[in-house]
Design a binder for this molecule. Structure first.
Ligand code: MSP
Length: 568
């Protein structure tokens, strides 16, 4: 099975178009690129999520980012990566003007304000079973050290220089914008104002002395980095980055005067300037890797939302390349959740509260909904009506009913996994063959979808198998078979149906860890037989009486998922 890339590296000295400019640049930077060669086995897995602003409370969209990363990390573990070889970072982004302003508005000490909200994100992630290994806060000393170290490195290399920035700044997005990125709008009062064309947030004019990063020097490097397939998934976001690269990149302002923004990391050697909050935030990925003493680099996957693609797909790799470090192996850029078709926003009052959703749907229910309905390539719509239909239909009915049937005392009084009779296997209803076929394909198909972060496709396949198992049980009529003098046929039906439940249990682990573990506990599947490689099904295996999964007693019968009431 293709799982990913290994740590085997090959070093390639950059040989690009030989023109004078490039040659002089190479001499200047002594830039060396290393690429990870693709192979079948990965030994460690380094994944990151964006760090979350603490000026507002956590919402459903934030949970989606971390659940995606968590499912990817759990899947890698199922494929054989040791738990202690997983690096999974998340955390909070706590510097910047909007946070400084939010704390001031609440008449609160800034650090206390940040600690309170950061704590809420952490509690929420713990509650939702996110297996992060690092929770980073940008106010930490280790982070300040990393930011100042890389800033000094870039100054020493000549990529950061003193300059003057005159242009637009958008506080809610904490971003500098060019003329082309802003537009004028007329308010209902008739008043005119300038806003960001992309986010619609108000912008203000600023003209200030600050430090600039020579982003324009990295156009070719970025194009080269983006030449590789699946560098950014889904593909449309890689195309978007390449499109941005068709126009010349302006240099990037990387500091702001301390008189305007004091809540941040001072520029090394110049206390009058604060490091630009986005540069500060991006460096968190280096901090968690131990920078400047890197223990692991680069990240295998960096998860981010579509609104922060430019920062992660242009500025971030350029900063790394400039510092002589490898850019990330890949980015997973996801689209957003809307609510009943409308963008989630505090002012519209339609922000979905994750705690309310957990209360209504349970932790596993919420995770299932996010990964079943979330399509990274385009926006997904959150609807409570649809949520109930999905959970009742798929977890309570399709999966829950199959488990119930297989463990019902009237059909399975001994509560065990019985053997499959070769004779029955040759004469069973056609639905049984289709089921065996689907099961045989499931591990590879789901692995492919999970590897590509298309968890929703993986779930479609799993549910299709469970649905087919129900069709088979329906056609095999175990309630009639139980009246026959010998149990061979009934046992055979149970064996196949329970095998489908086991397949669902193993493959659902990255999505709904508690529910899947409850399912596998009921089947009494030993902990060390829950990996992806335990999913081998072909006729020989299924018919083998000595198979690990035959004649095993089952655990206590428990309701898998409580049906939700239709009205809220
Ligand atoms: N602090 C920056 C990220 C710095 S990373 C070096 C930031 N924070 S954020 O809190 O505004 O957003 C964090 C993540 O949540 C982003 O990936 C963003 O796309 C995601 N989401 C915000 N709203 C969302 C939805 N409605 N739906 C899905 N994800 C959403 O940006």
């Amino acid at each position: 099975m293709m799982i990913g890339k290994t740590v085997a590296t090959r070093t390639i000295v950059q040989v690009l178009r030989i023109n004078v400019e490039m040659r002089s640049r190479l001499l200047l930077t002594q830039f060396v690129r290393t690429f990870k060669a693709k192979s079948d086995k990965r030994e460690s897995f380094f994944i990151t999520t964006p760090i979350f602003y603490v000026n507002a409370q956590p919402h459903l969209g934030h949970v989606y980012s971390v659940v995606l990363a968590d499912a990817a990390a759990r899947f890698q573990q199922l494929c054989g990566i040791q738990k202690d070889q997983i690096i999974f970072s998340t955390g909070t982004d706590e510097h910047g003007l909007k946070i400084q302003q939010a704390a001031a508005a609440g008449q609160c000490d800034v650090l206390k304000f940040c600690s309170d909200v950061s704590g809420k994100f952490k509690t929420l992630f713990d509650m939702t079973n996110i297996g992060y290994t690092q929770y980073i806060r940008t106010v930490e000393e280790r982070h300040k050290r990393a930011v100042q170290h890389i800033f000094s490195t870039l100054m020493d290399k000549g990529y950061i220089f003193r300059g003057n920035y005159s242009g637009w700044y958008c506080i809610p997005d904490e971003t500098f914008l060019t003329e082309a990125q802003v537009k004028e709008v007329t308010l209902p009062s008739g008043e005119k104002k300038m806003v960001s064309a992309e986010s619609g947030h108000t912008v203000e004019w600023s003209s200030e002395d600050n430090y600039m990063f020579q982003l324009s020097k990295f156009q070719d490097d970025l194009q080269y980095w983006l030449k590789f397939d699946k560098r950014v998934q889904p593909k449309r976001f890689q195309d978007q980055l390449l499109l941005w690269l068709d126009s010349e990149l302006p240099d990037l302002s990387v500091s702001r005067p301390r008189s305007r923004i004091s809540w941040g990391v001072p520029v090394p050697g110049d206390a009058n300037h604060t490091v630009y909050v986005w540069v500060d935030a991006l460096i968190n990925y280096l901090t968690v890797a131990g920078y400047p003493e890197l223990t692991v680099w680069p990240p295998d996957v960096q998860v981010l939302g579509k609104d922060i693609l430019r920062f992660h797909g242009l500025y971030w790799p350029a900063l790394l390349i400039a510092a002589g470090l490898e850019p990330p192996n890949s980015l997973l850029c996801h689209s957003h959740w809307t609510v009943e078709g409308t963008k989630m926003s505090k002012s519209l009052g339609n922000v979905v509260c994750p705690w309310t959703s957990i209360e209504r749907y349970t932790v596993d229910g919420l995770r299932y909904l996010l990964l079943r309905g979330g399509t990274p390539h385009s926006d997904s719509n959150w609807s409570d009506t649809q949520a109930i239909l999905t959970l009742n239909g798929e977890l309570a009915n399709i999966l829950g009913n199959l488990l119930n049937r297989c463990t019902a005392p009237s059909l399975n009084p001994g509560l065990l996994v019985p053997p499959l009779s070769p004779h029955y296997f040759q004469t069973m209803p056609a639905a049984g063959y289709r089921l065996v076929d689907q099961m045989a394909n499931l591990p590879n198909t789901v692995a492919r979808h999970y590897t590509d972060f298309n968890f929703y496709h993986g779930l479609e396949e799993i549910i299709a198998v469970v649905r087919q198992a129900n069709v088979f049980v329906q056609d095999a009529k175990p309630w009639e078979l139980k009246n026959l003098p010998d149990r061979t046929k009934l046992d055979s039906v149970l064996r196949l149906a329970l095998e489908a439940v086991r397949f669902a249990g193993v493959t659902l682990q990255p999505i709904v860890p508690s529910l899947a573990s409850q399912l596998l506990d009921t089947l009494m599947v030993p902990e060390h037989h829950r990996g992806w490689d335990s999913l081998e099904t072909n006729t020989d295996v299924i018919l083998k009486k000595s198979c690990l999964h035959v004649s095993r007693p089952l655990g206590a019968r428990k309701k898998l998922f409580m049906k939700l009431k239709g009205s809220l």
